[in-house]
Ligand binder design. Structure first.
Ligand SMILES: NC(=O)c1ccc[n+]([C@@H]2O[C@H](COP(=O)([O-])OP(=O)(O)OC[C@H]3O[C@@H](n4cnc5c(N)ncnc54)[C@H](O)[C@@H]3O)[C@@H](O)[C@H]2O)c1
Ligand SMILES: [Zn+2]
Ligand SMILES: [Zn+2]
Length: 369
């Protein structure tokens, strides 16, 4: 079969890859579609401390092809969203419904793929979705109804859960609270629509690409600011002023309740903190290089009790949150089909990468049909 492999230097579509047989708790999934997330590009750029060569891709939906002897919750033919969390199910965070804090979900890798030359290939993010078939732990397969298009469902596996979970699980935004969202990509659009769903009256989208304004507004943004402007906190302050008399007050109070940084570059994180009101929270969702630094003013934190927090994978519990997200989609509240603006056959994955880099897509998916 074919798979897209990063070898530590470059990324290629390789034919003749074989997949091992499933262990007792493994599931083999025929991948129908796999989203291309910025995190795939980071892996292909060598930014993550994980092994290579590896089969890329970590955001997918597909059809169960084979199950191990101990797997009971899915069977061949079922449609599933693959979650990247290969959680143990037995540690304290798992028992507490917080599998994103399960130690087994970070750093683990196996080598279930083999090239025609006999070279073993690693998994990436426990998923490796850029392959005709992949192997995952049973806990990673969340069964979904067959009326949900698999190309749309694919995005649930990362971009959607990350954005929606950042709002609903990590930040716990309440109806009436305001927010700014930096980066209107696959993740940021889901932050924006989750804010709309929870009832945020002011949702300010910021992107360096002005063509993202239309998409941002379609998903729920009430305002758009060009990310290249040098007065973004001032513009946010004007939209959400401290009082009718002054945009800002002590310790820069005034501004929004939440700032979601879906970019993770130092100037963006600085702006995120500068946009916050008293008791506001900046949520860092973007993933930067391992040694990248950011800075900020101490005076923005202490006296006004602001918060700076990170959010991994929407702090989700897949078997609770993915069915809820699918239900929000079926009710018409959550947009999924509109997120997929391009589908690429596997041999055109370089075009998919270029178009993600150029920002010309909301989300592109790769297919192996
Ligand atoms: N926390 C997690 O678990 C998690 C999960 C998935 C992705 N991510 C990360 O989230 C980030 C976003 O991923 P994505 O797939 O949405 O990327 P994307 O490429 O689809 O979107 C990024 C957007 O940010 C915009 N942008 C770039 N620089 C900007 C700036 N200085 N100011 C404002 N906007 C700017 C781009 O124009 C683009 O629209 C990435 O860093 C990715 O690795 C994190
Ligand atoms: Zn991702
Ligand atoms: Zn665990």
């Amino acid at each position: 079969m074919r798979a897209i492999v990063y070898d530590g230097t470059s990324t290629k579509l390789i034919d003749g890859i074989t997949l091992c047989d499933p262990g007792p708790r493994d599931v083999i999934v025929e991948v129908a579609a796999a989203g291309l997330c910025q995190s795939d590009l980071s892996y292909m750029a060598g930014l993550y401390p994980v092994p290579s060569p590896g089969v890329c891709g970590h955001e997918a939906a597909g059809v169960v092809a084979e199950v191990g002897a101990a797997v009971t919750h899915v069977k061949p033919g079922d449609h599933v969203v693959i979650a990247t969390l290969s959680a143990c199910g037995m540690c304290e965070p798992c028992g507490d419904g917080r599998p994103t804090a399960c130690l087994k979900t970070l750093g683990g890798s196996r080598q279930p793929f083999t090239t025609s030359d006999g070279e073993p290939i690693h998994t990436f993010a426990s998923t490796s979705a850029f392959a005709e078939r992949t192997i995952v732990a049973d806990v990673q397969c969340v069964k979904i109804p067959k009326d949900v298009p698999l190309t749309s469902a694919a995005l649930v596996g990362c971009g959607v859960v990350t954005g929606v979970g950042a709002v609903m699980n990590r930040a716990k935004v309440q109806r009436g609270q305001t927010a700014v969202v930096f980066g209107v990509g696959g993740v940021g659009l889901n932050v924006i629509q989750a804010l709309r769903i929870v009832g945020s009256p002011t949702i300010i989208a910021v992107d360096t690409d002005p063509s993202k304004e239309q998409l941002a507004r379609q998903f729920g943004a009430t305002h758009f600011i060009n990310g290249t402007d040098d007065d973004i906190p001032a513009q946010v302050g004007a939209i959400c002023p401290l009082s009718p008399k002054a945009d800002r007050g002590w310790f820069n109070s005034g501004g929004v309740d939440f700032a979601f940084d879906c970019v993770a570059k130092a100037p963006v994180t600085w702006n995120a903190l500068e946009c916050l009101d008293w008791e506001g929270t900046a949520v860092i969702v973007g993933v930067a290089g391992q040694t990248d630094e950011f800075n900020g003013l101490y005076s923005r934190l202490t006296q006004v009790e602001r918060n700076l927090i990170g959010c991994r994978y929407g702090s989700i519990s897949p078997h609770r949150d993915i069915p809820r997200i699918i239900e929000m989609y079926r009710q018409g509240d959550l947009l999924l089909d509109e997120l997929v603006t391009a589908a690429y056959p596997a041999e055109e994955f370089n075009t998919a990468i270029e178009e993600l880099r150029a920002g010309s897509v909301a989300r592109g998916v790769i297919t192996f049909a």
